[in-house]
Design a protein around this ligand. Sequence first.
Ligand code: ASP
Ligand code: MG
Length: 419
Amino acid sequence: MASGGRKRKLIVQKYGGTSVGDISRMQNVARRALAAQRAGNDVVLVVSAMSGETNRLLKLINDITPGASEREQDVVLATGEQVSVGLVAIAIQAAGGKATSVLGHQCRILTDSTHSKARIQQIDGTRLIDAMKQGHIAVVAGFQGVDEHGNITTLGRGGSDTTAVAAALEADACEIYTDVDGVYTTDPNVAPAARKLDRISYEEMLELASLGAKVLQIRSVEFAMKYRVPLWVKSSFTDDPGTLVCEEDASMEDLVVSGIALDRNEARISIRNVPDQPGIAAQIFGALDEKAIVVDLIVQNPPIDGKSDLTFTVGKTDLAKATEVVKKLSKTIGSGEISTDQDIAKVSIVGVGMRNHSGVAARMFRTLSDERINIMAISTSEIRVSCVISSKYAELAVRSLHTEFGLDATAKKPARKAK
Ligand code: ASP
Ligand code: MG
């Protein structure tokens, strides 16, 4: 959003569904926004639908038909945020402040026409700037957009985060308020010794978000990284400073591993005796791609007598579809038995420090082997190592790795501190 020559600081605050889950919580949001304004800032609020509302609307749609047109689904789903912005604006006014609600098409948050996962192309901030010039808090509907033909679009689940980042391109701060007080080293429900990070780099956050850490929508992190928008993840219920998601700096590399993620949403498919010839992998994964099935880890054993075993993982929800594709294909290519396993989990360690430390993967494998946990598949990126293991050992694996890499809250190693 253009700054419009303002002198005051511009703060974008985004409140998620639980933070606007009922009227008293909306009044709390109103108080916080007014306090930020009173402290001398221009304030843009971005709000989500009240918690549970988007799911409720989805259920109504699915009660009619599971195959509803995506255009109409967006018309229905976008209403959750319309209710929230109106109520939050009313709460601010009732508390003696000035506020104007602004819907996606009023802003105007221009997106492409990919309903249910539209991408933001441009925001015209004039309306928000005008509101702020009059001393109003602009209360913007998250998640909503409009395409060039005037159709209502939505930005995908968790999309209000991306609305907030897009609105904050020229803001002095972008604060994402949620029901946790920041980004944790791992899920505290799995490892009670998990601790809050003071800072984390965009790249690490992207890896963690794509591994299932749900605190921020992946696209919002990509957007923030691209435009260098520093993001604060904070609790709307406390005054904790939260976690800053920002550009990487040298001090971040002191910590080899900054987070551990657990993903239970994948399933394994193995195909035995796949002919070891050029073009076979292209056929298998091409056929899966045609059905829009996303494949994650792939492992191929060295061939024996011209045949090798192939193992890969897909999302659990795609397992039936993927198995069907592979079964059909196995007749054509002449491969053997197909087996599947849903009781798997993917455990990953993430950290920019891995770039400059050797032996990190070996340390992870050693830790798992000390717990007698078998590794079924491995994949790595420059700042991540992931292992697929049996789901019954998932929590044990996370806790052991958390301890091994010095992340426990009780560990002596200093936490990554804000500069
Ligand atoms: N209301 C939408 C959802 O539940 C968008 C959001 O909350 O960010 O996914
Ligand atoms: Mg969210």
